[in-house]
Design a protein around this ligand. Structure first.
Ligand code: IMP
Length: 180
């Protein structure tokens, strides 16, 4: 079992890079089936989603326009603060457009809910979300992401763009916090 130590914590690999790339190929097909012939604007949520976004756009069968927003709900710790802050706003016009939000992980869902409301207020015609990881036990809302890579237990994870105190993003797989 692969393990890494980041600061004071030990993490063990739970999803290998091979499983991630296989699932991204399937997700790309699902997205094209649901939105045939349309080119949604991909809205990548920084920081965590930058690696997933890079792999996803190269797997899609269309050349998407990509925009970025930066939001924060964790503030460096290991649990969501519940308060979503915009750290870098959207500078692309979404009025009348179909938007696909690209997230690394959906935990409580506060970020997703905030983004959906923000995009609706800005006039987006349709908003969907693809997330690599989803923690159903932590999710507080009714409207789950439309495209989900992996459903995972309520463990803290790092790797593949996700950080613990800004470290661990470059790990090629997903690693979960080792208990005890
Ligand atoms: P939510 O608003 O609670 O759904 O949290 C979404 C954001 O929290 C994600 O975009 C991540 O930045 C962060 N996050 C949630 N769970 C984890 C985790 O297990 N590891 C690292 N970051 C996480």
């Amino acid at each position: 079992m692969k393990e890494v130590t980041i600061r004071d914590k030990v993490f063990q690999e739970s999803i290998s890079p091979e499983r991630i790339s296989g699932r991204i190929r399937e997700l790309s097909r699902e997205i094209s089936e649901v939105w045939p012939g349309t080119k949604p604007l991909l809205l990548s949520v920084l920081n965590g989603a930058f690696i997933f976004t890079a792999d996803l756009i190269r797997s899609l069968d269309f050349d998407p326009e990509v925009a970025f927003v930066k939001v924060s709900s964790y503030g460096g710790g290991m649990s969501s603060t519940g308060e979503v802050k915009s750290l870098m706003g959207l500078n692309t016009d979404v009025k009348g457009r179909k938007v696909l939000i690209v997230e690394d992980i959906v935990d409580t869902g506060h970020t997703l809910d905030w983004l959906r409301r923000d995009l609706r207020e800005k006039g987006a015609e349709e908003v969907r979300m693809v997330t690599l990881l989803f923690k159903p036990e932590a999710f507080h809302y009714d409207h789950s992401p439309e495209f989900i890579g992996f459903r995972i237990p309520n463990d803290f994870v790092v790797g593949y763009g996700l950080d613990y105190d800004q470290l661990g993003r470059s790990l090629p797989g997903i690693y979960k916090l080792k208990q005890g």
